[in-house]
Structures are given as structure tokens and as C-alpha cells.
Design a protein around this ligand. Structure first.
Ligand SMILES: [Fe+2]
Length: 248
């Protein structure tokens, strides 16, 4: 057993957390062939079945949009969503499929939005992710510009921006700008780094988490997701009644 697994080893729940309390998964990569998530339709369907068995009634697919790497647009995403919906209906699954995107906040996001428009969730909530390496220089400016356009910003997995590990005021600054935070359930497995879990605990303890998401990409992650459901901190945050997943 490694040093880190000793640190993480604490009391686990006897039964998994019931995700039907959340109703909606607001972050997943279940559309086929659009990004580093589901590779084909059979993988997509399998993920839909697995997530619905965990209790979700609605899944919001959020393929990556990154200026050079994943050049998706609302059109490519909506087309893939329609294809998946067709297959879901064919199999008589009752899961509702919706689609938005996970936008990388980089220097070309505003240009992209002016050209293609943005695919937001119900209520004009927009899912944004940041670089894992450094704070984007235009962070606050882009948030301001998107707010002016009427979008409410959800920051995907704030716990994964470990360059803010030693400066919690960065999270407070975003809260001052009405940014919502979406924690990854996978953070409760050991998939990410140690600082990620520490930041997550800090955000949870301060009541700063508004949404939970699976951020599911593949089968390996699904197995880790199932293990994460035995985490007491996850049960606490779901039972707090503060989460907003059901609104989207
Ligand atoms: Fe994601």
C-alpha cells in the first residue's frame, strides 16, 4: 500500500450514495466521437445505461471545446446528441439526454463565441474549464464579457486547478463574481492528485460547491466513480440540500 493510500484510507460508507437525489448529471463526455470521451455509439449507450442505473434521470453531455484540439460547435454537438437520443429511445431507456459543452477559457473563447454562439444549459448556465497548468491571464475579463452576454458561469472542477492550492483567495474572488462551482464526484476516488482532494475538502467545508458532476469519459473512470460513491464527504454534500443539479 502506498503512502498516499494510507492518507486517503478512512471510514467508508457501507452502501453507495444514491445519486437519484441529484437527478441530473451536469458534466459528462458521453457523446460519441467528439472528444476524449465515448469513442463510439456502443460506448455512449453503455455509459447512459450505467449512469441511469446510478440514479440519474437526466444526463447533460458536455463535450470539450478547445480552440485547436476539439473544434466542436453547437451544430456538431447537437447532431451527435440527436443520434444518441435516437439510440436511447430505440432501447426504450427513459433517461433524458441533453447537451451543452465544456468550454476551455482561453484567449480564443470570445472569438469562438462570436462566430458560433455558445451552447449553454437550461437557465443560461455555461460550463467553463481552465488550463491545468496556470491561471489564464484573461480569466476575469472573459467572465465579465460572458456575464454581459447574460451567461451564468459554472466553473468545472475548481478543485483541479492546483496552482491555487496555496491561494484560496482566488476561489473567493470568483465567488465574488457570482461564479458557480461544480465538483467532480471522481475527486473522491484517487484518480487525481493529493492537492486536488485537499482543495475539494476546503471548498466543501466552506459551502462553496453548487453542483456535482461525474465528468465521465470512459469505463475505467466509471469503475472509479462507483468506488467514489462510498465516500462520506459525498453523502454529506448531497444531503446538505445546497446543490442545484436538479434545476438544470
Ligand atoms: Fe470534462
Amino acid at each position: 500500500m502506498t503512502f498516499l493510500s494510507h492518507i486517503f484510507k478512512g471510514k467508508k460508507l457501507k452502501s453507495p450514495v444514491d445519486l437519484s437525489l441529484l437527478q441530473v448529471d451536469i458534466h459528462s463526455h458521453i457523446l460519441p466521437g467528439l472528444d476524449d470521451g465515448a469513442e463510439d455509439m456502443s460506448s455512449s449507450i453503455k455509459m447512459v445505461q450505467q449512469l441511469s442505473e446510478l440514479g440519474y434521470r437526466k444526463l447533460i453531455a458536455t463535450p470539450h471545446i478547445m480552440s485547436d484540439l476539439y473544434t466542436n460547435t453547437p451544430k456538431t454537438i447537437n447532431n451527435a446528441k440527436k443520434e444518441l437520443e435516437k439510440e436511447v429511445k430505440k432501447r426504450e431507456l427513459s433517461t433524458e439526454i441533453s447537451a451543452a459543452a465544456e468550454y476551455l477559457l482561453d484567449e480564443r473563447l470570445i472569438e469562438h463565441s462570436n462566430k458560433y454562439g455558445l451552447l449553454a444549459m437550461r437557465g443560461n448556465y455555461l460550463l467553463l474549464e481552465l488550463s491545468y497548468f496556470a491561471e489564464p491571464p484573461n480569466l476575469y475579463d472573459v467572465i465579465f464579457q460572458l456575464n454581459i452576454k447574460g451567461y451564468k458561469i459554472i466553473l468545472a472542477h475548481p478543485e483541479r486547478y492546483v496552482y491555487w492550492y496555496d491561494d484560496f483567495s482566488k476561489y473567493e474572488k470568483l465567488k465574488d463574481r457570482d461564479v458557480y462551482f461544480q465538483l467532480n464526484i471522481l475527486t473522491f476516488s484517487q484518480i487525481y492528485s493529493f492537492p486536488t482532494r485537499k482543495i475539494a475538502d476546503n471548498l466543501i467545508n466552506r459551502g462553496m460547491i453548487n453542483f456535482l458532476g461525474t465528468d465521465l469519459h470512459n469505463q475505467v473512470q466509471f469503475e472509479l466513480l462507483e468506488k467514489a460513491l462510498y465516500e462520506p464527504a459525498l453523502a454529506r454534500i448531497i444531503e446538505s440540500g445546497n446543490l442545484m443539479n436538479h434545476l438544470l
